[in-house]
Design a protein around this ligand. Structure first.
Ligand SMILES: [Zn+2]
Length: 359
């Protein structure tokens, strides 16, 4: 079974799943329903979404727990059910995808502002996240995906809640607005190093108004962080069409942006609102084409049409971007991740992924 830790360690590019909420909405669940309760109220519907993403080629499946924290669940009278819902969601995802995918616990913002902008204390936020983390750990997640955060302090509180209980890997993703900054005005150059210092294992950007803004944020992030980077953009902004919310970005469009994200340095790509298994399937097809079994030089990264990709891999100054994970001593390895013997691998391999079992 590929755990998130194994996927992190192999240096290859990996695919995270797409939207859950959009899929549930498309299956007739009303927007005012508690989506997080569906893991016990309508488990077959949630399970079918997980299976569809696994079949589409997602290697990392997120639990249906984005809003399953005490503060959001309180609005539905479910504050006492935080642990049981998170545990049920994890077991449901694990059962749905079997041994084929990593299962990570999805954790979103609490939905209220933290001090000094709001009433909630940072310690209270950490305690609230802690209950969610307890439930996810009981269910057996093998990592966490913290996503769509706007407040760095809130995301740091969530990471602390995890680190107090577990050393499992953490994907930490902020979201940005049209100006490329979070709702609090924080730019990627600021939140990237902060999340690295907070103990995340992957740092990324998700949701937002579409892939172009996320790509620009990723390009900024990779210059300032030494950890692997992830990108899960929305399929554009929703438009109201005949009383329904429709996302306009096609699977091919999202896969093209996944290519650009990978060229910019992202190692984990997937989707957020509006993305479907069809989008993830197109993204996986690109990742497969870019990541053959044989060792390739960086000029061999194929475009979807098969022509060699010659640009976009190097850093802004033409030098290879320092990529990969930190060395054993915690220092960033300028030339990619360590090989099995501890020696640094060439950058191209760190980016494209070392040869391994087929994708
Ligand atoms: Zn989203």
């Amino acid at each position: 079974m590929p755990t998130l830790r194994e996927l992190l360690a192999d240096g290859r590019i990996h695919v995270i799943d797409g939207a859950m909420g959009t899929m549930l909405y498309d299956k007739g669940i009303f927007l005012n329903a508690c989506f997080d309760e569906l893991v016990v109220k309508a488990p077959d519907i949630v399970s079918a979404v997980h299976i569809a993403y696994a079949d589409a080629g997602a290697e990392i499946i997120e639990t249906n727990t984005f809003g399953a924290n005490p503060i959001k669940l309180m609005q539905y009278g479910l504050a006492d059910d935080v642990e049981t819902l998170n545990t049920a969601a994890t077991r449901l995802a694990r059962k749905a995808v079997g041994p084929h995918c990593a299962v990570v616990g999805a954790i979103g913002p609490l939905g209220v502002r933290l001090e000094p902008f709001g009433e909630l204390g940072v310690d209270e936020a950490e305690a609230a996240f802690g209950r969610q983390v307890d439930g996810l750990l009981t269910g057996g997640v093998d990592g966490f995906c913290l996503e769509t955060f706007s407040d760095v302090a809130e995301l740091e509180a969530a990471i602390r809640a995890i680190r107090a209980r577990s050393d499992l890997p953490v994907i930490a993703q902020m979201t940005v607005g049209p100006d490329g900054r979070t709702g609090y005005g924080t730019d990627p150059e600021t939140f990237g190093p902060a999340l690295e210092a907070a103990g995340a294992d992957v740092i990324g950007v998700n949701c937002s108004i579409g892939p172009q803004i996320v790509l620009e944020a990723i390009e900024k992030l990779v210059r300032v962080v030494h950890l692997p980077v992830s990108a899960q953009p929305n399929a554009g902004l929703p438009r109201d069409v005949a009383d329904r919310k429709i996302y306009m970005a096609s699977p091919e469009y999202m896969a093209e942006y996944a290519r650009r994200m990978v060229e910019a340095g992202a190692r984990f790509v997937g989707g957020c609102c509006g993305t479907t298994p069809a989008h993830i399937k197109a993204i996986r097809a690109f990742v497969r084409s870019a990541q053959p079994r044989s060792r390739l030089g960086r000029s061999d990264l194929a475009r979807p049409d098969g022509s060699p990709q010659l640009s976009g891999i190097a850093g802004p100054d033409g030098s290879p971007r320092p990529s990969g994970i930190a060395g054993p001593d915690g220092s960033p390895r300028p030339s990619g991740i360590a090989g099995p013997d501890g020696s640094p691998r060439p950058t191209s391999e760190a980016r494209l992924g070392a040869p391994g079992p087929g994708t």
